[in-house]
Design a protein around this ligand. Structure first.
Ligand SMILES: [Mg+2]
Length: 410
């Protein structure tokens, strides 16, 4: 019989293994077993993903590409096809959503799920976790590791321990699923370095070390006033995390205050046509998620990070809320500052906030044009839902870039 889950909350953290590199290997099986490194291959490029075979050589994501080449000269270095990764990511999220809508997407390859309410339907959380792992392998051909626990922090730490490991210069197969049973949180957390807790950056870590705290177990032994003295206000939440007692919620998109999408580029964008194509893509992706979650937003924010890491945001608040891709795009183009492309762009982000429930909104527009345009947007959304996000795209995407290359649907 399945061991029952004896706690109110059951949280999963699902994380695809070296996502971009795995997609490349899946598309080109000859790369299997080789050190594959995806990222900017230009002079200032950074590693976006590395296969475990590359990690054996010390290559890590976010490392300068030049350093990765030094560590692993025999590696296979690839620029990557981000529109394709996005598409595969949508399929991954679809698998997760087939279990629950209580899902918080952290990135293309990572999400939290609150499965407390769906155990009668799908079984205890450890069974759901294994089923997710099986389905992702079967439907996407990718390996996902899943952590199970009573809090988000524990689930996250557990999924990290479900990953493949490197020992003696070889890659060891992953556990795949790691379950931290209710009541066994302390045992699991105590030996882990405090560095792995949320909110512990280099400075906090130094302060904790100064009072002899290295592991989470040490942290649990420190009296409240001592901790408050060195960490101030942050100490109480850190203590909850360390005790496995935090009540951080899985913030599903319908509960979220904004819906957004950000993309970091392996090589800085500097051509306006390239940037415009990305704006089209980001508007489409955000609108798509808003419709899926039945929300409308009034404030559109564009975030730009330049080649030198300077970051700016520009926003506009509309008179009435929207989920229309076309309307979002018009405003993004207006928000994009003249000359901003000159220094190269490293990251673009689009978010809609000031959200309201879209399902409850009645069509009160007397403007026929607007209604037609929204109906068009919705039909486009339906097509995307059935055939994938790349099945239909505005003309600028089809003519200009890789996103226009349609994937085979079978
Ligand atoms: Mg991952």
């Amino acid at each position: 019989m399945q061991r029952p889950w004896d706690a109110k909350r059951a949280i999963l953290h699902a994380d695809l293994d070296c996502f971009f590199a795995s997609v490349e290997i899946l598309d080109n099986p000859r790369l299997k077993g080789l050190p594959v490194i995806v990222g900017g291959t230009g002079p200032r490029g950074v590693v976006a993903a590395a296969s475990y075979e590359a990690r054996v050589w010390g290559v890590r994501s976010a490392m300068a590409m030049a350093k990765a080449r030094n560590l692993c000269p025999q590696g296979v270095f690839l620029d990557g096809t981000y529109s394709h990764y996005y598409d595969v990511s949508q399929q991954f999220h679809t698998v997760l959503r087939s279990f629950t809508d209580e899902i918080e997407i952290i990135g293309l390859d990572e999400a939290f799920m609150d499965v407390s309410g769906c155990q009668r339907l799908f079984g205890p959380p450890q069974v759901i976790a294994s089923e997710i792992r099986r389905l992702v392998k079967e439907e996407l051909g990718l390996s996902v590791c899943v952590g199970v626990g009573t809090t988000k922090q524990i689930a996250k730490l557990a999924s990290r321990r479900a990953k493949p490991t490197i020992s003696g210069g070889a890659v060891k197969a992953p556990k795949g699923v790691v379950v931290v049973w209710p009541g066994e949180e302390g045992e699991f957390l105590d030996p882990i370095s405090v560095k792995e807790l949320w909110g512990v950056g280099p400075k906090t870590y130094q302060r904790l070390q100064s009072i002899g705290v290295e592991r989470i177990g040490d942290l649990r032994g420190v009296p409240n006033p001592t901790l408050a003295k060195i960490l101030g206000k942050a100490s109480s939440h850190l203590r909850l995390l360390a005790g496995g007692n935090d009540s951080d919620l899985v913030v599903s998109e319908s509960r979220r205050k904004s819906v957004g999408h950000e993309q970091t580029y392996p090589a800085d964008l500097s051509h306006l046509s390239q940037i415009d194509r990305e704006l089209v893509r980001l508007a489409g992706s955000v609108a798509n998620r808003m419709r899926k979650n039945k929300v409308l937003g009034r404030t559109i924010t564009l975030k730009i990070r330049f080649g030198d890491f300077r970051t700016i945001t520009r926003s506009v608040t509309l008179t009435s809320a929207t989920d229309s891709e076309g309307e979002i795009l018009v405003h993004l183009r207006k928000l994009f500052p003249e000359g901003a492309a000159d220094g190269g762009i490293r990251l673009l982000g689009v978010a809609l906030s000031n959200l309201k429930d879209g399902a409850a909104t009645q069509l009160t527009f007397d403007d026929d044009y607007r209604r037609e345009r929204d109906e068009l947007s919705r039909s486009v959304a339906k097509i995307k839902e059935r055939f994938g996000v790349d099945a239909i795209a505005p003309a600028s995407l089809i003519c200009g870039g890789e996103a226009g290359v349609k994937r085979n649907l079978n």
